[in-house]
Design a protein around this ligand. Structure first.
Ligand code: SAM
Ligand code: SF4
Length: 318
């Protein structure tokens, strides 16, 4: 489906919940969140209706995210149902990895192709500080498990933060030498809790190339990452610069929030509530088509220094 700028929107990111078993400092407030009541959250059958409508409009790729999608029971069934839709050819998941090692077999059987695991440090103490809860060994086990299941490349999302984890860039690059891992360094965005850290910690991913000039650019079909490799490495490095070098002109995605709204742009306040149309297949398709057509042209994060959306990242899914 084309928007009015001619961009082909074929990628749906589905945030299934705003709940999470971690409290990353740049994403969730320490005291947690006001819990949304269950009735407000889309049920999996309702999520399936939206995915079906999006597939009819040309969506081919679906990513499940959150909050933390693995805290939900029955995710494997949702993935299985999505995998059975003939138009959907790629299903992926973004997770903090805490529960993944035990669930990966079932998720793969259900049709999950790949995972992005968020991991901002390789140091246990620092991991506890950044996530306020997490046990890094569970994430390491999850990575090993996904590699053993050949769900490759395993992508590691690393939010790059000055004086927090920029001393570990070399250690992350080393992980790519012997394994099919893609380490994706992502610029911190001034959204939600991220605004508190933005002035102090933000840095451009370009600095990585300055510090590691031996990285060689390679061809990759990613729309958002510039991909590099260390000579001789099996894996690769992705640099994602949503702030300094935005990829709006090439954006192919829309987002579904767990409360049933479509967000045509991550950083725009605009949302379209799909709930009134869930029982009318054609109307649902029409409303989504219209939302996509009017997708905002671009965001203004760099010039305005903050996102226009009032939602936090855990409510959108990244
Ligand atoms: N809980 C899952 C996880 O952490 O992977 C999925 C949801 S999380 C909101 C999705 C991604 O957004 C994570 O990789 C996280 O690091 C990233 N994220 C959250 N807040 C961010 C911010 N302010 N700037 C950049 N990335 C952010
Ligand atoms: Fe939870 Fe993911 Fe946000 Fe961390 S980044 S608090 S794991 S939703």
């Amino acid at each position: 489906m084309l928007d009015k700028k001619g961009r082909n929107i074929d990628y749906l990111r589905v945030s299934l919940t705003d709940r999470c078993n971690l409290r990353c400092i740049y994403c969730m407030p320490e005291d947690g969140i006001d819990k949304i009541c269950h009735e407000e959250i889309l049920r999996f059958e309702e999520v399936e209706k939206v995915i079906t409508a999006c597939a009819a409009l040309g969506v081919k790729k679906v990513r499940f995210t959150g909050g933390e999608p693995l805290v939900l029971k029955g995710l494997d069934k949702l993935i299985k149902h999505t995998a059975s839709m003939p138009d959907i050819n790629d299903i992926s998941l973004t997770t903090n990895g805490m529960l993944l090692a035990d669930m990966a077999d079932d998720l793969k059987k259900a049709g999950l192709k790949r995972v992005n695991i968020s991991l901002d440090t390789l140091q246990s103490d620092k991991f506890k500080k950044i996530t306020r809860h997490g046990d890094i060994n569970k994430v390491f086990s999850a990575i090993e498990k996904c590699l053993s299941l050949d769900m490759v490349p395993v992508k590691l999302n690393v939010v790059l933060m000055k004086n927090v984890n920029d001393d570990e860039i070399g250690d992350f690059i080393k992980l790519t030498m012997d394994s099919p891992i893609q380490v994706r360094f992502i610029e911190l965005m001034p959204i939600g809790e991220g605004q508190k850290y933005f002035d102090k910690c933000s840095m451009k991913v370009e600095e990585i190339i300055e510090r590691f000039p031996e990285l060689v650019p390679i061809q990759d079909d990613s729309r958002v990452a510039s991909v590099y490799k260390m000579p001789g490495a099996i894996g690769s490095i992705g640099l994602i610069s949503p702030v300094s070098c935005k990829f709006c002109s090439d954006c192919n995605r829309i987002r579904l929030t767990s409360t049933g709204t479509i967000k045509p742009c991550l950083h725009s306040a605009e949302e379209i509530n799909l709930k009134p149309y869930l029982n009318d297949e054609q109307k649902l398709i029409d409303v989504i088509k219209n939302a996509v057509y009017n997708k905002p042209e671009e965001h203004h994060l760099e010039t305005e220094g903050k996102s226009d959306t009032d939602r936090m990242m855990f409510q959108i899914g990244g």
